[in-house]
Design a protein around this ligand. Structure first.
Ligand SMILES: [Zn+2]
Length: 143
């Protein structure tokens, strides 16, 4: 079997067993989005949806959701979180998803409440799990 095919199958097997918590949430979100008329798209071995504008993205196991016309960088980053989920499995929500979500909203709050300028915040990828997601995505999901 071709190596990349094998990796894709391994990704789905891990995502749907060890990483089932996030993939199940993603699967439910995907069904809800399809029911609401959104079209699923493919980014390498992941399935994603484009919803809303200018908010970034969220990874849900083998699925992710990004804003419309999002950059390759954003898709690579969310797909990188998908690989983290395949590796970290049941620990993913506690080690990465929840801290990442809290940090995302806390940064938004600092800017909205005029406590900080965006330029004063540390780089988004400066925390280990975000930087790791970006480097995984750039390494495995180029073009
Ligand atoms: Zn992230």
């Amino acid at each position: 079997m071709e190596n990349s095919k094998f990796k894709q199958i391994l990704f789905w097997v891990l995502s749907c067993t060890w990483g089932i918590i996030m993939s199940l949430i993603g699967g439910i979100a995907a069904l809800a989005l399809i029911a609401a008329g959104y079209k699923p798209k493919r980014f390498h071995c992941l399935i994603y949806f484009e919803v809303g504008t200018d908010w970034g993205g969220v990874n849900l196991g083998c699925f992710f959701i990004v804003s419309k016309n999002s950059s390759l960088h954003t898709k690579q980053h969310e797909a990188g979180h998908g690989l983290q989920n395949a590796m970290l499995g049941v620990f993913m929500p506690f080690v990465i998803c929840i801290p990442s979500l809290v940090r995302y909203w806390y940064r938004k709050y600092l800017i909205k409440s005029d406590k900080k300028l965006y330029s004063e915040l540390p780089a988004y990828d400066s925390i280990w799990f975000e930087g790791w997601a970006t480097s995984l995505g750039e390494k495995h999901f180029y073009e």
